[in-house]
Design a protein around this ligand. Sequence first.
Ligand code: C2E
Ligand code: MG
Ligand code: MG
Ligand code: MG
Length: 284
Amino acid sequence: RAKATRRGGHVIFESSIRQELENRLTLENELALAADRGEFELFYQPQVRLVDGGLVGAEALIRWKHPTRGYVSPGEFMPVVNTSALSERIASWVMETACRQARRWELSGQTVRVAINLSPSQLHAGDLAHAVAILLDATGLAPSLLELEVTEDILLHDEARVLDMFKRIQELGVRVLFDDFGTGYASLSYLKKFPLDGLKIDRSFVLDLLADSDDAAIVGSTIGLSRQLGLTVVAEGIENRATADFLISIGCEEGQGYFFGRPMPAEAFERQFLAAECEAVSAA
Ligand code: C2E
Ligand code: MG
Ligand code: MG
Ligand code: MG
């Protein structure tokens, strides 16, 4: 086979495509096994009010606790999950796990909104509004403590149905935010017609905010636009105090980033951000 691949360009091409397909199938099989074995975990990253650093919520971020490789980040496997038969199963697990966690925190007397990242399959198969209503009912979680993050690119198909679905999700009292805002395609027209509570400014505009005047202009006008439209703004990717201070000075309300805390297991999150109240509940 090695000889054949050296002979012509098209042979090398075919063989690398075959290799990619094989890798993908292997990963898909491993992911199905991982789901069976319960190897997925949700980490939680704090979201804070910038002016005083007070905790407002947590974003749930999936990790694969691989038996030999340790924690694998979602960038390495979610693209495969999202385009495989596993997608709905894992998406439902994420929703249910995050809602149960949020309910436990709610019962401990803490007001922690939990934000969940939606997968494309949740928008295109079945009625997400119905699924969310059932989950809220089953867990007892206050709808205002649930936040759904959706990227612009997964909205591009089946527009009327998706808009109607999100209208009903918002009517439940659940908050809806655009994630990675500014990196998609349909930004401005969608802002007008989509039932929306807020925007998350993508970290690619925030990481270099103090040094790059283009980023500063984009972030500044996104904040202005959001305020005009009555939307909450959350800046992602805040890694230092100077960036947080600058964001406060241009009117950004909420933020998330390594400066405030990395994504971490629920227990670590409780210890660092919810200390006293949770201990009281788990001790009871
Ligand atoms: P995202 O929703 O935009 O999540 C924010 C990502 O930024 C997280 O990466 C987080 O760890 C990272 N981040 C947070 N603060 C900072 C910072 O200060 N600096 C830098 N450099 N990065 C920061 P993570 O956890 O690797 O997740 C990557 C993406 O995978 C997420 O982007 C989201 O699109 C997707 N994802 C994660 N969990 C889930 C899930 O449960 N379901 C679905 N459908 N997608 C998920
Ligand atoms: Mg997100
Ligand atoms: Mg994001
Ligand atoms: Mg992202």
